[in-house]
Write a protein that binds this ligand. Sequence first.
Ligand SMILES: Cc1ncc(COP(=O)(O)O)c(C=O)c1O
Length: 431
Amino acid sequence: MNTQHTQPNLGKLRSWAAKGLVALRGTYLLPHGHLIPFLEPYWKEKEIETGLNWMSGNEPKQLDQKWIEARFLDATRQHGIAVATSSGRTALSLALCALKRMRPDRNEVIIPSYSCLALLDAVVCSGLSPVYADVGYDLNVTEQTVSPLLTKKTLAVVIVHLGGEYANDTKVIRRKAEQYGAVAIEDLCQALGGKEGEKHWEAEAPMAIYSFGLGKNLMATAGGMLVARTALDSILIEKSKLNSENPTRAPSRFSYILKAHYRKGASLLFPRPSMPVLPFKSSYEYNRMDLLDVQLLDRQLDRMDEILQLRRRNANTMLATLQNSPKLRIAGKDDQNVWTKFIVLADNTHNAQRMRSMLTKSGIETETMYTPLHLRKEGARYSRWVLPVTEEIYPRVFNLPVRPSLSPKEILYIANTTKRLLARIEKTDAR
Ligand SMILES: Cc1ncc(COP(=O)(O)O)c(C=O)c1O
């Protein structure tokens, strides 16, 4: 008997099921579930193949840290020395420990309170004290907020280019820090790729730090880099103290990222696996960049221009659609920006919450920004004064997705849905 016509063709069934899922996603799930995730690495076949090959011991390239350091300096057109670390905070710790070795009489590091816990951790781990600076309404530190904090005890000032937006007063702050014998460390963890003409923003900074963790412009499973043009001997001493991560950690992170972000077919209908804590925490220790992360960063550096262009394209769509809403201000819309994050401020806390909940119901995931460090339990003990702008803005801030892996259809959906929801809020507020 010929079974060809009577038995179902498995390949065809699979393809119908896949088409059904895509249709379901577009017509029902997209507006009803968490189907536009905020975060997703921009990895393609090369990165995935590299990771899988690495884990099975078949990766042919096998680049080392020294190689990636040279490549990174070249890609960002900088001179000086680069040190590949296991995370951005490790890069900052390394810089601070090196500076402290040279200036043991100084123990204060100025950091913005409106920033991530990594900065506080790095300062405290290095045996130093944070001094919190306020930010301006663009969410970056300014000359006005930093200058009064500079003293003969200041070892370093960390200037963060938050969300990819250039901190406009960087050059003045650098100069003032120098006058006080302190060193400016520029934090480009969220701002890799920013340029003025052909020159990268940080090209003249005494020190710069970077992160290649989740949500950054270039993503490995974790990783960081310090580029320094000062305290070089001291940095080389600290570099020699870095350890190696347990070699199972980066592969665990890689496996998690694949399972969480590269789901296919029916698995899309189930919740994401939860993040394994230990493998991610291990990147915060005083370690060199893991070799798997070296390979992944190498592949991501090939895509740097593409990633920056796609973020800009997505941000432009959002800007064109949301430009003039009285209910939502876009931080950094008037400044140089690489749009690692599309940071917005609602007109008040209630509307920020309303907006986020309405966006979630429409299938758009948003990101919470920071609780100021001086108001967190980990950082409150170092708090010395009120930081008026930070305290006023923080409950109103959140981030909309502009990641490079969004399709043009998805970014339009995000922009138009946000606009529609804002109009609804405007209407109810006007009553
Ligand atoms: C502005 C900023 N600085 C430093 C860091 C620390 O980077 P990592 O998570 O790689 O330690 C981050 C990470 O989120 C960051 O956003």
